[in-house]
Design a protein around this ligand. Sequence first.
Ligand code: IPE
Ligand code: MG
Length: 225
Amino acid sequence: MDGNGRWAKKRGLSRSEGHIEGAKTFRRIGEYAGDLGIKNISFYAFSTENWARPQNEVNAIMQLFYDYLEEARERLDENKEKGIRLRFLGDRTVLSPELQYMMDYIEDETKEMTKINLNIAVNYGGRQEILHSVKKIAQRVKNGELLPEEISLDDIQNGLYTLEQPPVDLIIRPSGEQRLSNFLLWQSAYAEFWYSDVLWPDFTEKDFDEALKAYEKRNRRFGGI
Ligand code: IPE
Ligand code: MG
């Protein structure tokens, strides 16, 4: 989700107001993806690098995240009826205890849901995620449970925040940027990319359709012919 700040600037609003609008788009597109029957969708909400932003902007984003969690908790029955499993990717240990409690609670409450996996990446970094997995493996080696030469791709995969979820098929990046920005590095090894100049708050269901249509036309060979 990118372009909230520019969207606000264009309208003479504060960056935080851009994030408020972006959070609305997130809800809209998340719902829509569910309606379309998409099994896995991940939203990049806050990166490990975003802490470098002014404190008031960071606070505003965390408040929006909190509001969303409150809402998700209130609507737990509704979400369960829709079969939504909510999960959070990233290092949550540095977030406020209230946020952590809500994240754990919502994940636990929805863990039996199988219709759609909705991931929200918060304090997420792809490199940090791989490091997190490597540390777990190192511990197993140290404990004598695993030999270095036995370490497999699956071992690395299993230590990622996404656990058993399938690799990424399509990355949608709005706001004209054409970079991965430390998002799902491991999982995106063969992901297709789709870019759009539309700023995230303006992103519509139609834009999402366009991305999916473009994706359908791609010829994925995964290194084969
Ligand atoms: C939202 O857009 C991304 C977040 C980190 C929440 P930006 O805040 O990066 O918007 P721009 O790139 O400044 O327009
Ligand atoms: Mg940006």
